[in-house]
Ligand binder design. Structure first.
Ligand SMILES: [Zn+2]
Ligand SMILES: [Zn+2]
Length: 338
C-alpha cells in the first residue's frame, strides 16, 4: 500500500510499504476518506518519516479472530486512539480518556497500521463505528475531529434554537462546531483573525465574526449579546489567551466547552459568574452514535461548505501546503484516487 511520509522541511512523498495485518479483535479498513488534522506541523518542521493521521472512514476488508462487531464490506468510521476496551471509561463509550492505551502495531506485529495517512489501517473492532449507507465516506469521516469534539460540545451544553453560541477559532474544529450549532438552530458568533476563515464562516451562516486581537474585542461581544455576555461558548482555537477571553465574555451562569488544548482560565471569575466548563476531546460513540450520524446527515450542506478541499494521494504535497497555509476549512484526502 501507499502511505505519506515527510522527506524534509515542507516536503512530502508517497512511499510503498507492506499492507498491515490483523490480530485477534482487530479489523483492517480500506481508507476512502482521511481528513487532515494537525499533521502539517511535522511537515513544516521537517520531522522526517511516516506521517501519522488519526481520522478516517472506509470499508472493512479483513478481520482477525474473535471479531464479531464488523465484517468485510461494512462501511465504518475509524475512531481515533486505541484504548483498553475493558475499563469503565471504555465500556461507557468514553474510550478517548482511557488510561491504558494500546499499540495496534505492536499487537498486530506490523510496522504500520495506526496511521490514517495510508491506504489501509487497523483498529480494534469495537472502535469502528457503523456508517449508514446514505452517508458518504467524506461526510462520515467528520465523526472524527471535524465534528466529534464539536458534537460533544453542542450535545453536552444542549445547544438549542434560543441559544447564542460563541465559537472561538474558526479552523476545522471551530467550523465543525459552528456547523452543528447552526444545524441545531442556534445563533452563532465567531472569534477569528484569519480573513479567509472569517469569510467562510459568514458564508456558512455565522452572524458576526470578531477579531479576538482587536482592542475592543470584549466590548464587541458584549454589544452583540445585549451587554449580558455569551451564554454558551466553545474554545476551538487552542490559543493561549482564548480560554480566559471566553470567561471574560461569558454571561452569568454560562457554559464553556473546550475542544481546544491551550491556555488557562481564571478560576476566580469562573466562580464569580457561576460558570460551568466542559472538556470535550471526542464524542461518546457508545451512547450517541445515532445522534452523531443524524447530525451529519442533517448538516450535510454545512459540511459541504466547511470541507473546502479534497485531494487525491498523488497531490499530497499540495494538500499539506494548503493545510499549512490555513487558506482552507477542513481538507479530506482520498487515498485511492490518483
Ligand atoms: Zn480503557
Ligand atoms: Zn484530528
Amino acid at each position: 500500500m501507499k502511505r505519506i511520509v515527510v522527506t524534509g522541511k515542507s516536503l512530502s512523498a508517497l512511499e510503498d510499504v507492506d499492507d498491515p495485518r490483523v490480530a485477534e479483535n482487530y479489523a483492517m479498513v480500506k481508507i476512502h476518506s482521511a481528513p487532515m488534522c494537525t499533521e502539517f506541523h511535522r511537515f513544516l518542521g521537517g520531522d522526517t518519516g511516516p506521517l501519522g493521521g488519526h481520522e478516517a472512514a472506509g470499508e472493512v476488508v479483513e478481520i482477525g479472530p474473535r471479531v464479531n462487531t464488523v465484517k468485510p464490506g461494512d462501511r465504518v468510521v475509524v475512531m481515533p486512539q486505541s484504548s483498553c476496551g475493558v475499563c469503565d471509561l471504555c465500556l461507557s463509550g468514553d474510550h478517548i480518556y482511557c488510561q491504558n492505551k494500546k499499540d495496534p502495531n505492536a499487537i498486530c506485529g506490523i510496522e504500520t497500521g495506526t496511521t490514517t495517512y495510508a491506504q489501509y489501517c487497523v483498529q480494534q473492532d469495537w472502535l469502528l463505528v457503523p456508517l449508514p449507507d446514505d452517508i458518504s465516506y467524506d461526510h462520515g469521516s467528520m465523526a472524527c475531529c471535524g465534528m466529534g469534539p464539536a458534537f460533544n460540545a453542542n450535545h453536552t451544553m444542549r445547544v438549542m434554537p434560543t441559544d447564542t453560541v460563541l465559537v472561538s477559532g474558526l479552523g476545522p474544529v471551530g467550523l465543525g462546531t459552528a456547523a452543528i450549532a447552526l444545524y441545531r438552530g442556534a445563533r452563532v458568533l465567531g472569534l477569528e483573525l484569519n480573513p479567509y476563515r472569517a469569510v467562510l464562516a459568514r458564508e456558512m451562516g455565522i452572524e458576526a465574526v470578531v477579531d479576538p486581537t482587536a482592542a475592543d474585542a470584549v466590548e464587541q461581544i458584549l454589544e452583540l449579546t445585549d451587554g449580558k455576555g455569551v451564554p454558551k461558548s466553545v474554545e476551538c482555537s487552542s490559543a493561549e489567551t482564548a480560554p480566559d477571553f471566553l470567561v471574560k465574555v461569558a454571561a452569568r451562569r454560562g457554559m464553556i466547552a473546550t475542544p481546544g488544548w491551550g491556555g488557562s482560565m481564571n478560576a476566580r471569575e469562573i466562580n464569580a459568574k457561576g460558570l460551568t466548563v466542559y472538556g470535550c476531546w471526542h464524542w461518546n460513540h457508545q451512547q450517541d452514535t445515532q445522534a452523531m450520524m443524524g447530525t451529519i446527515r442533517g448538516a450535510k450542506s454545512l459540511i459541504d461548505k466547511m470541507v473546502t478541499h479534497t485531494f487525491p494521494f498523488s497531490e499530497v504535497q499540495q494538500a499539506l501546503e494548503t493545510r499549512a497555509g490555513n487558506q482552507c476549512g477542513k481538507i479530506v484526502l482520498h487515498p485511492w484516487e490518483d
